[in-house]
Design a binder for this molecule. Structure first.
Ligand SMILES: Cc1cc2nc3c(=O)[nH]c(=O)nc-3n(C[C@H](O)[C@H](O)[C@H](O)COP(=O)(O)O)c2cc1C
Length: 153
């Protein structure tokens, strides 16, 4: 059994509807192959943990790597594991709006399961995710436009 963790950048047209379409297919494909994992999205940044039987995992990851719906695929961990970290989840998904839940979910399982290096990447991801979700909750206000010429008194 093997685990791959990577980050990537979603293509501009991978919007919410396209994402749910993708997840729908990924989940049934993963279930059929005995793959499990989690996909996180913060703005356009993605982080996916994918695990399962080695050859099935590598074959699916080859398709994922070539998928034009994202780019800049960077593997941050690939190693063999004794047991899946996310058993029972054909592909759990959390986006900006659910990022607090994602962190709790990770903390409950990830403790000690991944290397310090990976933990750092995941932590950075969450920091950016919280910033992205805060920006959505509190949209930045348009700046007040100052009159360019002095106002008549
Ligand atoms: C961010 C991202 C995550 C994906 N995750 C999975 C996944 O977990 N399982 C899966 O089967 N396909 C996943 N896909 C889709 C694959 O890239 C690919 O479309 C799918 O494996 C079908 O490939 P095929 O047409 O070559 O069989 C993902 C795609 C993207 C862009």
């Amino acid at each position: 059994m093997r685990r791959i963790i990577y980050t990537s950048i979603a293509a501009p047209d991978l919007d919410r509807a396209a994402m749910f379409h993708l997840l729908h297919h990924a989940r049934s494909a993963n279930q059929a192959r005995g793959l499990t994992g989690v996909l996180l999205r913060a703005d356009r940044r993605l982080l996916q943990v994918l695990e399962g039987p080695t050859w099935k995992l590598l074959a699916v990851f080859e398709s994922i790597r070539r998928d034009v719906r994202h780019s800049n695929v960077a593997v941050i961990e690939e190693r063999s594991i004794a047991e899946p970290t996310f058993p029972g989840w054909p592909m759990r998904y959390f986006d900006d709006r659910k990022i607090g839940d994602a962190r709790a979910f990770f903390e409950a399982r990830g403790e000690g399961a991944v290397s310090a290096e990976v933990e750092e990447v995941v932590r950075d991801f969450f920091v950016e995710a919280f910033a992205a979700s805060a920006a959505q909750v509190i949209p930045s206000r348009p700046r007040a436009v100052r009159p360019s010429s002095p106002r008549p008194c």
